[in-house]
Design a protein around this ligand. Sequence first.
Ligand code: BGC
Length: 753
Amino acid sequence: MKTRFQLFLIFSLYCACSAPKNPSLSTIDHQVDSLLSMMTLEEKIGQMNQYNGFWDVTGPAPAEGDASLKYENLRKGLVGSMLNITGVEEVRKVQKIAVEETRLGIPLLIGFDMIHGMKTMSPIPLAEAASWDMEAIEKSSQIGAREAAAMGINWTFAPMVDIGRDARWGRVMEGAGEDTYLVSQIAKARVRGYQGENLSDPLTLAACVKHFAGYGFSESGRDYNTVEVSRVTLHQVILPPFKAALDAGARTVMNSFNDLDGVPATGNSYLQREILKGKWSFGGLVVSDWGSIGEMVNHRVAKDGKEAAKMAVLAGSDMDMESYLYVSHLKELVESGQVKESLIDDAVRRILRLKVELGLFDNPYLYCDEQREQEIVGSEEHVAGVLEMAKKSIVLLKNEQNLLPLKKSGLNIAVIGALAEDKDSPLGSWRGEADPNSAISVLEGLIEYPDNKYNFAKGADLVLEQPVFLKEVKLNTTDRSGFAQAIQAARSADIVIAVMGENGFQSGEARSRSEIKLPGLQQELLEELVKVNEKIILVSMSGRPLDLSWEDEHLPAILQVWHLGSQSGHAIAQVLYGDYNPSGKLPMSFPRNVGQLPLYYNQKSTGRPFNPGDDIVFWSHYSDVPNDALYPFGHGLSYTSFSYSDLRAEVLENQQVKIKVNLKNTGPREGEEVVQLYLHDHFSSLTRPVRELKGFQKISLQPGEVKSLEFLLGKEELGFFDGEGNLQVEPGEFTVMIGGSSKAELALKFEID
Ligand code: BGC
C-alpha cells in the first residue's frame, strides 16, 4: 500500500526524471506527459471511465454497474472519476482506494450536480437569472461551490447554458432563460463563482458547461427529444454562451443526449472536434452525459456498445459517464487499429491536466477536511447570502392600485394554498444534498410580521404524496374537501395571499409538461375565491413560466417567486411587506397560452409581419391570441417607477458606437432598475431578429435621482454569426432601443460604415 507521501514522491519523481523534451510545453503539460508515459493502455482507458457513486440518479444503471464490480475496477485503477459521492468521509474512502491501492495512485475527480447549492440552497438558476445581477449570481455560485468543495467535491456539472424558449421543457429551471446575451453573461459569472482565481484552492470547483449542444431545443419541449436547428441558429443562439463560459475559463464541457443534424451530440465530430476542440482550441475535458454513449444504440446510429464507444471517442468525448463502454471496449478498439492510441492519449492528457490543476497530485485529500466541512456547510454567511439572492430573484408581474407592499399592521390576511406551508418545494429540483423540508415556508416568513393576523387554509392538496426524484409527481385532481374552509377564510379577510404554482419536483429533468397552467385544482380554487374577495395577491411559485392568463385577467397582483431555496419564505415576506423593493426582470417570456410555444421576444420579422392599419388576415399571427407574451422577457415592476430620456448615439471609429441615456427614479422610494439595451439591424444578409438584447446595467436610484448611463457597442454587439460560425459586421442602419423590458420604446437610429 502506498502512503500519501509515497504518492507524492512518485509523482515528483515523474516530473524530475524526465527533463522537458519540448521546452514550449508548460510545467503542467510536462508533468502530465511524464505520467502518461508510465501508464499502460488499460490504465489510460481507466481514466476515461466515470462511475456513479452506487445509487441510481437520472437513469437506470446498466446491469454490469453493480457495486462490487465498481469497487473491483476502482482497485485496478480503471476509474478516473466518480460522481454522486458526497461528504468528506465517503469521498475519502474512494479516494483512498484510488490513491493507495492502485498501481499508479492517480487520484479521482469527484463530480456532482451542484446546480444551485449543496446544503444551503440558493434559488433555482432560472430564478437567479431574473436578478440580472452578475455580482450576486457569482456570489451565490461561490456559496454553492464552497459547500460542495467542503463536502469533498472537486467538479460541478454546471453551469447549464442551454437556451430555454419552451416553457414545456422542465429543464428551463436549470438554465438562465431564453436570451443568448443574458445567458452568456450569467455563464461567465457562474464560472467565476465556481472556479475562483485558483482551481487548487480547496474551496473552489472545476466548472462544466453543458449540454453541448442544442439540448434546449428538444422538439415540443419534451425532454430527451429530437433536435432540429439550423447551423445559423446553432452559431447565433446556442453556442455563444458556451464560448463565453470557456472564455471565462470553464475547464470542462458536458455533451448532450440529443441529436443534431441527425448525429447524437455525444458522437458528433462537428460539435466536439471541429468547433470545440478545433475552432475554439478548447484544451479541457469533455464528459458524456449520463449514459449518453450507450444511448447512441437507442438512437440507432450504433449497432452495439462497441460501435457506440468508437463513435464517441472518435468524435471527441473524453470521459464516459455511466455507460461503462469505454472501459469495456476501447482496449480492443485500439488493439484492432480502429481507434488510434493517440486519441486516447489526448483524452487522458485532458483528464490528468485537470487533476493537476485541481491540486489533487499535491494532495489527493485536498477536498477532504472534516473540520472545514463542519465550519463551511450551512454557515451563517451562506444563509445570509442565499437570502439576499432570493430577494433579488423575485419578479413583481402585476400590481394594480399599488396593492403591494402590504401594511405591516391591522390586516386580517387569509393565506391560501398548499404551497404556503410547503417547506420542501422551494428547494426546487437539483437540490444537492439539501435536507428535505428544510426551506422556510411562506407562512413561516409571514409570521415574522406579527402585527397582522393570518388565517391559513390549504384549500386543496397539490400532490397526493410527497414526490421523489425518480418518479412521476402524482397531482391531486379530485379532492376539493378543503375548498369550503378556504372560501370562508377569503370571505372574512381584508386581503388574500394565494400561494400557488408547481411542486418542487414538477420542473427539472424529465419533467416536461404539455399544459402549463397552475396544476391540479389551484385555478379552480382561485375562481371560487375571487367570487368572495377581489383583493387576491397571487404568489406564483414555479420552476418555469406558467400560463397565468386567467390569473392576469382576474387578480390585481401577481408576484413570481419561482423555487427560491432555503430562505424562500423570508425573502417572499420581505418583498410582500416592502422591506425589499422587487427588482427582478423575467429571463423568459410568460406565454398567453401553451400554443404560443416556443416563445421568445427576439423573433424574426418574417415575410408577413404585422402592418399597422391593415385589416386583412394574411400575416403571421394566430386568430385567437396575440403574438406577444403575456409578460414579456425583461418585464418586472418595482414599488417605485423610472423614466428614460435623452437617448444619444455617437458613432466612433472601428465599428464602435457609444450609447448614452438618462434614467430617473420618478417614484416615492429607492429602487433598482435593470436598464436594457436592444438593437435592431435594419438590413442584413441573413434574416435577423426584430430586436436583440446587447447590453444591460442594474442601477440603484434614490427618489428623484437621475443618472446618466453609457454603453459601448462593438463588433460583437453589432455583428452576427453566419452558418459557419464566423462573425460578420455589415455596414448600415441600426436602431437602438432602451428601456425596462424587451418592449422598450425609447429608440434612436444610427449608421455604421
Ligand atoms: C443530466 C446531466 C447531469 C447528469 C449527472 C444527466 O441526466 O442530463 O445534466 O449532470 O445526469 O447527474
